[in-house]
Write a protein that binds this ligand. Structure first.
Ligand SMILES: CNc1nc2c(CCNCc3ccccc3)c3nc(N)[nH]c(=O)c3cc2[nH]1
Ligand SMILES: [Zn+2]
Length: 374
C-alpha cells in the first residue's frame, strides 16, 4: 500500500492539477468531489449505491457523530468505516463550522468552543485536542483541525485576531496528532476572511506547521460568487504546490470549475444531496425542477446524457410523481442522479486536465452553469 499522504501530480493544465492522494483506505484521484455523509450516511443511499455511482471518498462530521451515537461507541464498534460499512476513504470535518451553524449557546474561548447540543441542549466543549481525539476514535483517513470560520462581513481586526486563534488551535492539533499516526492524515485550514493580506498571513502560518494537506476555509459563507472566486485566486498561490488543496463547502458546478482552474484538488458540497431532496436536479442542460408541470406525462429519461440508474430506468413522469407523492424512493433516485452528475463532472475534469482540454470543458460548462447565475 502506498504510504498515506503521498500526493502525486500526474498532469497539469494551467493551474489545474491532475493528481492522486494515497490514504489508509485507498487512493483518491483528484480533482475529487466528496459526497457529504453528515451522520454516517449519505442521506437515502447505502454504500452499495455509493460504490455503483463511483464515489471515491466520503465526508463525515465530528460534531454530529460525537453528539450521536458518540465517537467512543463508534470506536468500540470498530470505527466509522466498519460502523457504516464504507471501506473507502473518509474525511471528517472538525466540527467548528457545525458548532457555529447548528449548535445553540456557543461561546468562543482561547481554549476552544463551548456549545449546547442542537439535539438535547446538553453543554459541550471542543478543544483542539478534543476534536483530534474524536476523529482518531472515528478512524477517519483525513482529519481537519479545529478552526473558526470567520463570518462573512467580519471586519479586518476581528478577522486578524481570529486567524491567530485558528493558527494556535492548528498547532495544538498538530501536536496532539503526530504525523501519519495510525495512517490518519491531518489537514490545516487557512482563514483570513476576504482580506488578501490576511489570507497570505494565515497561509504562511498554517503551511509552516507540517500538515498533510491544506484547506481554504471561510468561503461559501454567503458572499457574492465573484468575491469567492477572487479570494480563492489570491489565496491558492500561498498553498504549497506539492500537497493537496481542499476548498471547504464548495460548491456548485461553476464553483468547482473555477476552483479547479485556480489549482484546487478537493471539494465538498451539500448542494448535490440537499437539492436532490427538494427536487432540484443537475442535468447536462442545466438545473431542472422535477415537479415541473411539463414532466407530468413525459415518458423520456430525466437526462438523456446521464447513465445513472434513475435516468436509465424511470421516466420524468415517474420521478415527478414520486416527488409530489413524497415517496421515499424520490429521495434515493434524485440523490443517485445528482451525485452521479457531480462525480461525472469531476471525472470529466480529471480527463480534461490529462488531455489539456480543461479550458474548453470549463467554457462548455460555463455556458450551461453560468458563473454569474445562482
Ligand atoms: C457550505 N459552505 C461552507 N461549508 C464550510 C465548512 C464545512 C465543509 N463541509 C463539511 C461537512 C462535513 C460533513 C457534513 C456536512 C458538511 C467549513 N468547515 C470548516 N472546518 N471551516 C470552514 O471555514 C468551513 C467553511 C465552509 N463554508
Ligand atoms: Zn441521471
Amino acid at each position: 500500500m502506498t504510504t498515506p499522504g503521498t500526493f502525486t501530480i500526474t498532469a497539469r493544465d494551467g493551474a489545474a492539477r491532475r493528481a492522486s492522494l494515497a490514504t489508509a483506505h485507498g487512493v483518491v484521484q483528484t480533482p475529487a468531489f466528496m459526497p457529504v455523509g453528515t451522520q454516517g450516511t449519505v442521506k437515502s443511499l447505502c454504500p452499495r449505491d455509493l460504490r455503483e455511482i463511483g464515489t471515491q471518498i466520503l465526508l463525515g462530521n465530528t460534531y454530529h457523530l460525537y453528539l450521536r451515537p458518540g465517537d467512543e461507541l463508534i470506536a468500540r464498534l470498530g470505527g466509522l468505516h466498519r460502523f457504516m460499512a464504507w471501506d473507502g476513504p473518509i474525511l471528517t470535518d472538525s466540527g467548528g463550522f457545525q458548532v457555529f451553524s447548528l449548535a445553540g449557546l456557543r461561546r468562543l474561548t482561547p481554549d476552544g468552543v463551548e456549545f449546547a447540543s442542537h439535539i438535547d441542549g446538553s453543554r459541550h466543549f471542543f478543544s483542539p485536542e478534543k476534536v483530534v481525539s474524536i476523529q482518531q476514535n472515528l478512524g477517519s483517513d483525513i482529519m481537519m483541525v479545529l478552526d473558526e470560520c470567520v463570518p462573512y462581513g467580519a471586519d479586518f481586526d476581528y478577522t486578524k485576531k481570529s486567524l491567530a486563534l485558528t493558527t494556535a488551535w492548528a498547532q495544538r492539533c498538530r501536536e496532539a496528532h503526530p504525523p501519519l499516526h495510525r495512517g490518519q492524515l491531518l489537514f490545516g485550514i487557512v482563514q483570513g476572511g476576504f482580506y488578501p493580506e490576511l489570507r497570505a498571513e494565515s497561509a504562511a502560518q498554517i503551511t509552516s506547521l507540517g500538515f498533510d494537506g491544506h484547506a481554504l476555509g471561510g468561503v461559501s459563507v454567503g458572499e457574492p460568487r465573484p468575491e469567492m472566486h477572487a479570494i480563492i485566486h489570491s489565496s491558492v498561490p500561498h498553498l504549497p504546490d506539492n500537497k493537496p488543496r481542499y476548498l471547504m463547502g464548495v460548491g456548485a458546478p461553476q464553483d468547482i470549475l473555477a476552483g479547479v482552474a485556480a489549482g484546487i484538488d478537493m471539494f465538498d458540497c451539500v448542494l448535490a444531496t440537499r437539492n436532490a431532496r427538494n427536487g432540484t436536479l443537475f442535468t447536462s442542460t442545466g438545473k431542472v425542477n422535477v415537479k415541473k408541470a411539463a414532466f407530468r406525462d413525459d415518458d423520456s429519461p430525466l437526462d438523456p446524457a446521464c447513465s445513472c440508474y434513475a435516468c436509465r430506468t424511470f421516466s420524468r413522469a415517474y420521478l415527478r410523481h414520486l416527488y409530489i407523492a413524497k415517496e421515499l424512493l424520490s429521495y434515493r433516485l434524485n440523490t443517485i442522479h445528482n451525485l452521479t452528475f457531480f462525480l461525472s463532472l469531476t471525472k470529466r475534469i480529471r480527463e480534461a486536465i490529462e488531455t489539456g482540454g480543461f479550458a474548453s470543458l470549463k467554457a462548455e460548462m460555463d455556458a450551461i452553469y453560468p458563473p454569474d447565475a445562482p
